[in-house]
Write a protein that binds this ligand. Structure first.
Ligand SMILES: *[C@@H]1O[C@H](CO)[C@@H](O)[C@H](O)[C@H]1NC(C)=O
Ligand SMILES: *[C@@H]1O[C@H](CO)[C@@H](O)[C@H](O)[C@H]1NC(C)=O
Ligand SMILES: *[C@@H]1O[C@H](CO)[C@@H](O)[C@H](O)[C@H]1NC(C)=O
Ligand SMILES: *[C@@H]1O[C@H](CO)[C@@H](O)[C@H](O)[C@H]1NC(C)=O
Ligand SMILES: CC(=O)N[C@H]1CO[C@H](CO)[C@@H](O)[C@@H]1O
Length: 382
């Protein structure tokens, strides 16, 4: 005890002895000295708002997973990541106070995150810092602790009243865009609506549970798991575990599904695809009994000349009709025919480019506004 007090006093002296500080008055010396020890936040602190899917390490899976914190009097932040973090680094999107995300390649060990604001805030002000893993692979952020400047304090992060659940394949991960999920239409939609969002999507995945383009399973299996496909390639975590949906906080308000391109590429029979989709929606509906579901039809594979190549003609109407026949009138087709042309995709893989994703986000925003959902006016912690 005594030693600790002594050390603190020495630290206090060294801090006010720095050339820039003014000579302290008696109050500062003997009243309440400025706090001098950094604030260490453990990874099980209830004030960390985790989003997306995390295992017990805790480490992230699926693009877009991460955490948010609201900090009073923040001036420095160090992220201590554990050994299960992807090597050589995990690409993180970081946003300070709702400013645009920037990329930080974080490694196991200490990562000093730049959090200073262009316009510093007054004493007592709070700052929201958001972290997301950007990529659909190599996306393990193993959080050990967060170290904040002396005097900083975590305060509750209030989640948005809107929370999207996006389910899909490469089209929903920002496949081959430089910043992955940050540049994907679904993530942009979440930002535009000032919402929480969770993206459970993996490139190459079919809906039918089968091996496809490097995925051990289809989404009708993997959606219900904590881990994305990466577990199969991860020597440190070569297994997959059921996701506990009670960990999804806040409760989702809207569910968006865009799937089928890989089933078509794998020549899955349309009847099989439709039946799998109907069954999948029945299982997902149990998780989200009253939420509206938005089912995207394909925008097709664009060609330099001529129309896009569409797949599964009429399948999505059949799926919707089957749900309606069961009395479910809270699912809606989002007809994306014509949304994407050859100008909107990367010519080599025909997936939406950065501009293509931004266009889809705008079109979906218009669609949602016509449907009756509007972006919130302010962020929940602004
Ligand atoms: C972290 O990696 C170690 C091996 O280095 C492994 O034993 C452990 O299970 C991993 N933790 C998780 C939660 O995957
Ligand atoms: C992160 O690493 C990738 C791959 O090495 C690199 O292309 C990118 O510029 C890095 N980004 C930042 C912000 O350091
Ligand atoms: C799909 O399978 C069904 C029965 O399982 C069959 O009747 C139908 O001909 C198949 N369709 C195609 C296009 O192969
Ligand atoms: C989508 O819209 C196009 C024309 O814009 C129309 O031809 C097509 O039938 C629609 N598809 C569905 C599933 O409603
Ligand atoms: C990286 C790694 O070890 N992957 C292995 C995970 O386990 C499966 C068998 O279940 C192996 O086939 C993978 O090679």
């Amino acid at each position: 005890m005594f030693l600790q007090g002594f050390l603190l006093a020495c630290l206090a002296i060294s801090s006010w002895a720095s050339p820039s500080s003014v000579t302290p008055g008696p109050l500062e010396l003997f009243g309440s000295p400025r706090p001098t020890s950094q604030v260490k936040v453990r990874n099980d602190d209830p004030l960390i708002f985790f989003h997306g899917r995390w295992d017990t390490a805790p480490e992230t899976w699926w693009s877009g997973s991460g955490f948010k914190i609201n900090v009073q009097d923040l001036s420095s932040l160090t992220l201590n990541l554990g050994p299960n973090t992807t090597a050589p680094f995990v690409a993180l999107g970081v946003s300070v106070d709702y400013a645009p995300f920037f990329t930080f390649n974080a490694t196991a060990g200490a990562n000093s995150i730049p959090v200073s604001l262009a316009t510093p805030k007054g004493s007592g002000a709070t700052t929201v810092v958001r972290f997301n893993v950007e990529m659909y692979a190599n996306n393990q952020m193993h959080l050990e602790s967060i170290v904040l400047n002396a005097g900083a304090k975590l305060v509750p992060y209030v989640p948005s009243e809107l929370a999207f659940e996006f389910i899909g394949d490469s089209f929903s991960t920002g496949y081959t865009t430089p910043e992955g999920i940050l540049q994907a239409w679904d993530f942009i939609t979440g930002e535009t609506f000032k919402a929480e969002e969770s993206v459970v999507a993996q490139p190459g995945a079919t809906l039918v549970d089968m091996e496809s383009f490097g995925n051990e399973h289809g989404m009708s299996f993997q959606f219900f798991q904590t881990e994305d496909t990466g577990y199969f390639y991860n020597a440190k975590h070569n297994f997959t575990t059921p996701w506990s949906f009670s960990r999804d906080v806040p409760e989702r308000t809207h569910v968006v599904v865009h799937i089928g391109a890989n089933d078509a590429s794998q020549s899955v029979n349309q009847t099989v695809f439709v039946n799998t989709y109907i069954d999948f929606l029945a299982r997902v509906r149990k998780l989200y009994p009253t939420q509206p579901f938005f089912l995207f039809t394909p925008w097709g594979w664009p060609n330099p000349t001529g129309p896009n190549a569409y797949y599964y003609p009429g399948a999505y109407n059949s799926v919707l009709a089957a749900r309606q026949a069961l009395g479910d009138h809270n699912m809606f087709l989002v007809n994306t025919t014509g949304w994407i042309t050859y100008e909107d995709v990367f010519p080599d893989n025909k997936h939406p480019s950065v501009e293509g994703h931004a266009k889809i986000a705008r079109l979906f925003q218009t669609w949602l506004e016509n449907w009756g959902l509007h972006p919130l006016k302010t962020w929940s912690n602004a």
